[in-house]
Design a protein around this ligand. Structure first.
Ligand code: PLP
Length: 448
């Protein structure tokens, strides 16, 4: 971190530097990708699989808070947070300290075979954060997909039922079990069959379809172990659950003895201004899955379920790295920061962000609608506001133009641009980022 701080002081014009650049604005000194970035990308292209989803050539050197510097010295505003992982931006000093302190004690001891307090303490905190009063227990993994795999296995084990239900446009991961639930893009599934055969999909928000089509024609409710739902569909395009959907789903699950699994991998832990996204609806799932921010930037995924569901015996499910000590230490500090300042700031800055995104929708013919909650927000790019016809290519162009001007964004769904700033983002970053996007949209409108 000390290196990062030194470089920042040397490279970043502050109030005393270039009068045109405020401390919140990006600074592009070499058109990206610069020569150093190009060299790394060339090597990467040789040795890294093409299956990854890079949309523009950003090569990080270091980060600090809501800024990330590339290897050629350009400073970018980072509104991706490492895809919702870096809840408190880059190199938060308290998280770095927690990791350093843990590293000096031990890096790894395999929590599935031995005991250590930082893992038990994190699980205790997470059980307290999970919605509902009944006692809970956690299974710790390394990623979102593994948390979902654990939920699939526990749901089958606890109910002795084979089937699952998920929703079109959902994303629950890419390993074979979670992929069987995922239904947002054909590319995720092409040539990977056979997947788990016992998964049915319903349109997101459509309880009637589950009761009157699935239950009556293909998927008898007494065969269904669990229904998996994202309170806000993330990769599917930041679609928020309709008002009555999650409470109705809870009632449906109760009626048929089906477990409700909330996938909070992207939406959970403060991003929507509440600890869990389901808290916006006051719904209590039987199982909740977290990942992304839960490890404070280190790999961690968590499946937290009612204690009475953990009927499985020793050896039924385990892994080597899940609950790694460094990730638990970073996660504990992250939870403390979320409670101390993240929730409040996400609500306040979420309002600022939403106000500005609404303004873009009102002013630009190519911005169709705003979606999401608080710091999990998006806008769609459309060919025509009236029909809301999606413009996928223009969305990609806009994201790339923002990158060239120093703003890191990501697309999601067919035509959405998502905004995932750190939970401690400042108003100045939002002003600077949205001003860049506004300029890019104006240019895009002129050339469209
Ligand atoms: N669930 C949701 C809602 C996600 O957004 C993601 C990843 O984007 C996953 C599960 C899978 O997480 P991972 O990429 O860590 O396997």
């Amino acid at each position: 971190m000390a290196v990062g701080m030194r470089r920042r002081a040397a490279r970043v014009p502050g109030a005393e530097g270039n009068g045109n650049v405020t401390r919140y604005e990006p600074e592009i000194v070499v058109a990206p990708p610069g020569p150093k970035a190009r060299k790394i990308i060339e090597r990467d292209n040789k040795f890294i699989t093409p299956a990854y989803t890079r949309s523009y050539p950003f090569v990080i050197d270091h980060g600090q808070g809501s800024f990330a510097w590339d290897v050629d010295g350009n400073r970018f505003i980072d509104f991706t947070a490492g895809v919702a992982v870096n809840a408190f931006g880059h190199a938060h000093p308290e998280i770095v300290r927690a990791v350093e302190e843990q590293a000096r004690k031990f890096l790894h001891m395999a929590g599935t075979d031995f005991y250590y307090d930082v893992m038990a303490e994190l699980a205790e905190r997470l059980c307290a954060i999970a919605p509902g009063k009944s006692p809970k227990q956690c299974f710790l993994a390394n990623s979102g997909t593994e948390a979902i795999e654990a939920a699939i296995k526990l749901a089958r084990f606890a109910t002795r039922r084979p089937r699952m239900i998920a929703f079109y446009n959902c994303f629950h991961g890419r390993s074979m079990g979670s992929l069987s639930l995922t239904a947002s893009k054909a590319v995720h599934r092409r040539h990977f069959s056979p997947l788990l055969g016992d998964v049915s999909h319903a349109p997101y928000g459509d309880l009637d379809f589950i009761e009157n089509i699935l239950f009556k024609k293909t998927t008898p409710p007494e065969d269904v172990a669990a229904i998996f739902v994202e309170p806000i569909q993330g990769e599917g395009g930041y679609k928020v659950a309709p008002k009555e959907f999650l409470p109705g789903l809870r009632r449906l699950c109760d009626k048929h003895g089906i477990l409700m699994v909330a996938d909070e991998v992207q939406a959970g832990l403060g991003r929507t201004g509440k600890m869990n996204a389901v808290d916006h609806w006051g719904v209590v799932p039987d199982i909740i899955c977290w990942a992304k921010p839960v490890g404070g930037g280190l790999p961690l995924g968590v499946m937290c379920a009612r204690k009475d569901l953990h009927k499985w015996p020793s050896g039924a499910h385990a892994n080597t790295f899940g609950g790694n000590a460094l990730a638990c230490a970073a996660g504990l500090k992250t939870l403390e920061l979320i409670e101390r300042e993240g929730l409040k700031n996400a609500r306040e800055m979420g309002d600022v962000l939403i106000g500005k995104l609404n303004d873009l929708v009102a002013r630009h013919s190519i911005v169709g609608e705003r979606r999401g909650l608080a710091l999990m927000s998006a806008v769609t790019i459309v060919k025509d506001k009236q029909t809301q016809a999606p413009d996928h290519d223009l969305r990609d162009t806009i994201v790339n133009r923002c990158f060239e001007r120093g703003l890191l964004l990501l697309g999601c769904g067919e035509n959405a641009i998502r905004f995932l700033p750190a939970l401690n983002v400042e108003r100045g970053h939002i002003d600077a980022a949205l001003s860049i996007l506004d300029d890019v949209l104006k240019d895009a409108c002129r050339t469209a």
